[in-house]
Design a binder for this molecule. Structure first.
Ligand SMILES: Cc1cc2nc3c(=O)[nH]c(=O)nc-3n(C[C@H](O)[C@H](O)[C@H](O)COP(=O)(O)O)c2cc1C
Length: 171
């Protein structure tokens, strides 16, 4: 039996999505609506709501970093999703350490499992989000990468991986 709905807002259903902190300059925005869209060149798409300050920042700077933090930082990520960078110094409130900045001055967060440096190459406006398509120009992988990615299912629900399996590879 299924319950059937017409809009996303009406439903409660878990669709766990890997979540990153998108940094444009020093502003941090949790992002779970994102996906890889091309392997070579490696391109990535992120959907950003127009009313978010990050939208304005990306339009201005045409670049950002995606910082994939392990699960243990979910409270910080959740807090970053309640603040807006035009009113709050979110980096200061996050208490996260900055490892470095990229050539556009977007921060790289030390706690990340891996980081993508992104340069916007296309923009696609549809519905209430804008999809920023970016070339991933540099990938940083933490030597101490955890096996606990942060997954977000909406409405304050976070999870991480349980058992993992490697599928049989046919030759
Ligand atoms: C876990 C999580 C994931 C989110 N994913 C997105 C997303 O993919 N795109 C988006 O526009 N907003 C997303 N949001 C909402 C923004 O992070 C939130 O509106 C934030 O306060 C915007 O900050 P800013 O105004 O400084 O850009 C998410 C929030 C949370 C908590």
């Amino acid at each position: 039996m299924f319950k059937t709905y017409d809009t996303l807002e009406q439903t409660i259903h878990a669709q766990p999505r890997v979540t990153a902190l998108l940094a444009c300059q020093e502003n941090l925005m949790p992002a779970s609506w994102h996906m890889p869209i091309s392997k070579s060149p490696f391109r990535y798409a992120v959907a950003v709501r127009e009313e978010n300050y990050t939208h304005q920042l990306i339009q201005e700077h045409k670049s950002f970093t995606l910082n994939f933090l392990p699960f243990e930082h979910f409270e910080t990520v959740n807090l970053m999703g309640k603040l807006h960078g035009d009113m709050d110094d979110k980096l200061a409130q996050s208490n996260l350490d900055v490892e470095n900045v990229d050539r556009f001055k977007n921060v790289l967060l030390s706690a990340s499992d891996f980081i993508y440096e992104c340069v916007v190459c296309d923009t696609y406006k549809n519905g209430d989000h804008t999809v920023f398509i970016a070339d991933v120009v540099t990938i940083h992988v933490n030597e101490k990468q955890s096996d606990k990615p942060m997954l977000f299912s909406g409405r304050g629900r976070y999870a991480t991986l349980g058992d993992t399996f490697t599928a049989y590879k046919r030759v």
